[in-house]
Design a protein around this ligand. Structure first.
Ligand code: ADP
Length: 439
């Protein structure tokens, strides 16, 4: 029915009401009563239309609207069109969700979608198989109930997802999974888990091999070193060439021993499972010992070394590892800063965190080298580094020790101006005063 027909019908309807009004008025001789009766009839008709609309909305929105003329007809049509548009949008949206789910199902890794309260919202098939998620029973379950490892709870509560974490698979402790958390949308997180058992086994074998070889080489080197210490007092050392040879042998043996010691320290840190919250480290006292060693080493180069230490700043951690970190960074500043350079060491509390900084005004490091400094055996200037007796493992040890303490090494350097090496320990590492007295 076109608009003109509809309007004609409406006109006819109102003509009927007016005629009814006139008839009633003529019959009763009272216009007020006639108006009231006609108004009541109109009200009842409209109420009936409203009731029909309600029934249609409730029961049969998908069906075409009933044939109604005038304003009510337009209302039905508009509601019907709006519903159709909405239905189309909903269909499109559910197709999109379906496509997204199919893609996630095709992922070669286990995927779990987590909401801002860290509860499980959705998971793919691999997550059900590899992580033991029971779907849909586990919908809304806290993620930490699925992966109840202390390390994982610390990792997820810290909220720093720059690096993945390696832990056993919940359904099979002999398997190692790499868990990576990716934030997306409004406070939602995606947990991606990958089986890295093979890689972890290879890495373990490599670590064991290096540790065993280093350990085995210690004894022969000690024997060689012992003889080298005896030789200067014998007739053999009288010859100038022999003296030169002895000097070279001493230097190289020393280098080899340093290298082996560093390799052993590195493998010990990498395989360390020592808890970082069990012991309190008296950092001010430890830094004071390093300061004495630095002053002793500094005799030749005459650097101006200043230590700015907060005397009450104690932290939780593994003392040997934190000592390795601080001494490596401080001794590197001594080695790579020319004579009479200025070196400052800071151990301070900032915004509730403990911050360690070493600055020097040495030669500085090129930006391209900075990213690679923590790789094993990476040196900017190999010849110079060997002269300092460095093994090229110092910053690698620093990186792993800091990683064990959930911290990272930050390097800022400008060529020709100097370098700054720093790390920050979170508030959870700072020990309270009561704990210090226990210590
Ligand atoms: P190394 O035993 O050779 O010192 P590290 O891992 O400690 O090994 O350091 C790696 C490289 O980083 C060094 O060879 C050196 O080139 C560079 N480096 C470290 N600290 C500094 C510094 N304070 N200033 C300039 N270069 C540095």
């Amino acid at each position: 029915m076109n608009a003109l027909q509809s309007w004609l019908k409406t006109l006819l309807k109102y003509t009927f009401y007016i005629s009814l009004l006139c008839l009633l008025a003529a019959w009763s001789d009272d216009y007020v009563i006639a108006c009231l009766v006609v108004a009541l009839v109109m009200l009842l008709v409209n109420y009936y239309q409203l009731y029909s609309l309600n029934i249609w909305l409730r029961d049969s929105k998908k069906r075409s609207p009933p044939q109604v003329h005038g304003a009510w007809g337009y209302l039905y049509d508009n509601i019907y069109q709006a519903h159709r548009r909405q239905r189309k949008k909903r269909k499109k949206l559910s197709k999109l969700v379906e496509r997204y789910r199919n893609r996630a199902e095709a992922f070669p890794d286990a995927v779990i979608v987590i909401d801002k309260d860290l509860s499980i919202m959705w998971c793919n098939r691999l997550a059900r198989l590899e992580l033991g998620v029971v779907w849909p029973d586990n919908l809304g379950m806290p993620l930490v109930d699925l992966l109840p490892f202390t390390q994982f709870v610390q990792y997820i509560n810290k909220g720093d997802f720059t690096y993945p974490i390696e832990l056993p698979a919940p359904v099979n402790p002999n398997k190692t999974n790499e868990y990576r958390v990716i934030p997306y949308g409004d406070d939602n997180l995606l947990l991606i888990s990958r089986d890295v058992t093979h890689v972890a086994q290879l890495e373990g074998m490599r670590r064991d091999f290096v540790a065993n070889v280093s350990h085995e080489m210690r004894t022969p080197l000690t024997v060689i070193n012992g003889y080298l210490e005896l030789l200067p007092d014998t007739a053999f050392a009288a010859d100038a060439l022999a003296q030169k040879a002895l000097y070279e042998m001493n230097t190289q043996t020393q280098r080899m021993q340093n290298l082996i010691e560093d390799l052993l320290v590195l493998s010990r840190i990498q395989s360390s499972s020592e808890s970082i919250y069990d012991h309190i480290v008296d950092m001010p006292r430890m830094l004071d010992v390093i300061r004495m060693e630095a002053l002793h080493l500094n005799c030749d180069k005459q650097h101006q070394i200043q230590f700015h230490i907060e005397p009450d700043l104690f932290v939780y951690g593994v003392e040997t590892e934190l000592r390795s970190v601080c001494s490596n960074l401080i001794f590197n500043a001594l080695h790579y800063t020319p004579e009479q350079g200025v070196i400052d060491v800071y151990w301070t509390q900032q915004d509730g965190r403990a911050r360690f900084v070493v600055t020097d005004n040495g030669q500085g490091i090129e930006p391209d080298d900075i990213d690679r400094l923590t790789e094993r055996f990476y040196r900017v200037d190999k010849a110079r580094s060997r002269k300092t007796g460095g093994s090229g493992l110092g910053l690698s040890i620093v990186k792993h020790a800091l990683n064990h303490h959930n911290a990272a090494l930050h390097i800022h350097s400008v060529v020709g101006e100097g370098s700054e090496f720093s790390f920050t320990l979170g508030p959870e590492f700072i020990s309270s005063s009561e704990a210090q007295t226990e210590c």
